[in-house]
Design a protein around this ligand. Sequence first.
Ligand code: ZN
Length: 134
Amino acid sequence: MIKKINHIAIVVPELTAAIDFWVAKLGLALDHVEGVPSQAVEVAFLPVGDTAIELLQPTDEASGVARYMQKRGPGIHHICFEVDDIGATLDQLRAEGVPLIDETATVGSDGRKYAFVHPKGTGGVLVELYELAT
Ligand code: ZN
């Protein structure tokens, strides 16, 4: 079962310039910035109510996120839905014939589980699923 939108991720060429718009001009709060070396991105977290905007700046031109931006330009990269049981959600999507990027969830350092659904099965939207650690 989908509980909520956890975050919407936006790929940007340069975090400082993006933060100037989203924080200084639009007025969102900047929670923190962190590097995610495994994905070759720097990420800024901007909470909005009980969801968030996540700004992604690629740090390596060969990474998946960098190649996405080279092909499609900056803009919305993915939408992340929080689910109560990520294994059951992946099983259900697989049974429906939806192509998955991750057949099983990855467990993050904070215990959170995540997986991506392939955009060719979603009408072009990269969908991320999260199951938060309890
Ligand atoms: Zn995400």
